[in-house]
Design a protein around this ligand. Sequence first.
Ligand code: SAH
Length: 343
Amino acid sequence: MKQNIYDLNLEELQEKIIEFGEKKYRAKQIFDAIFPCGINSIYDIKNIPQNLQIKLDEKFEFVAAKIVKTKVSAIDNSVKFALKLLDDSIIESVILYAKDRRTLCLSSQVGCALNCAFCETAKMGFKRNLSSGEILYQLVVANNYLKNFGEKITNIVFMGMGEALSNFDNFEKAFFAIHDQKIFGIGTRKITVSTAGVIPSIKKLIERKIPVDLAISLNAATDKIRDEIMPINKKYPISQLLEISKEYAKEGDRKVMFEYVMISGKNDGENDAKQLVKLLKNIPCKLNLIPLNDCTNALVCSSEAQIEPFTKIIYDAGIRVMVRRSGGKDIGGACGQLAGNLT
Ligand code: SAH
């Protein structure tokens, strides 16, 4: 099977090129051609000699996924791509528009192993990790789409299918390519990874000083409720999660974002809000409340009448809080809706 060219960093491609008996600088020429928008075939790179094109064609895949469906939201212009990978697995990514920002919500796994009660991706189960090249190729596809409008992706959120921090090495390799000036050149303050709370990986981010913004899906203010809706909480409970968040904020000198899906009658009462204030008040953070998007479970989104007083309690306690209105609801592209459903 051919290798996905996007899985290689520049040094690795240089080594391959030298193995082919060619000059190292050819690798840079290839990188300049394939990033940021991809190519249809190696034969599109005209400044590469034909004998090298043939060798590269034998060894490498230059089209790492095919777009099988593109859906554009009638509400907010969000664009969802369903991509078929070389092994026929389906993943999805979503472009979100906000003022001059073009944010790509990336997938990091095919499916997800964490089984959160409110999330549709959980229903797929876990199939496999994405390689770094498969993660990056989603960005290539999105940039190629936006090119038609004279635009490109400006921000990245690892909030699509899967748990990026359970796929640490590939996440890390993709992160550095996204940040690299010579590849995608997206600033570190514009790249966010969201996690359900894989604490050993958060520790690794700190140890390796990986300058990514961290979002933590808290979703409940007590272990009792969090255990019910996020099974990972039994392994990494709230107290440990808050402790590591504090450390992250301090070491990285950046605010941690907490995400909190609002589920009617489950986690949206006055007591939940007060408890949440207690948990967060000593952590440099901001809180995103996410009204539950439709899912096939018997969970219901909190009403405005519930969200409003909840938000006020948090706000009055001096915690930065906002309600996140997920983009792409009408195309199954909002938070928690990515399930590889092609209809
Ligand atoms: N595995 C990562 C990223 C995936 S989900 C994580 O857990 O953080 C990104 C965000 O969407 C998370 O905060 C998650 O709690 C939220 N989410 C999942 N399902 C949702 C739904 N049905 N409605 C609203 N938000 C949802």
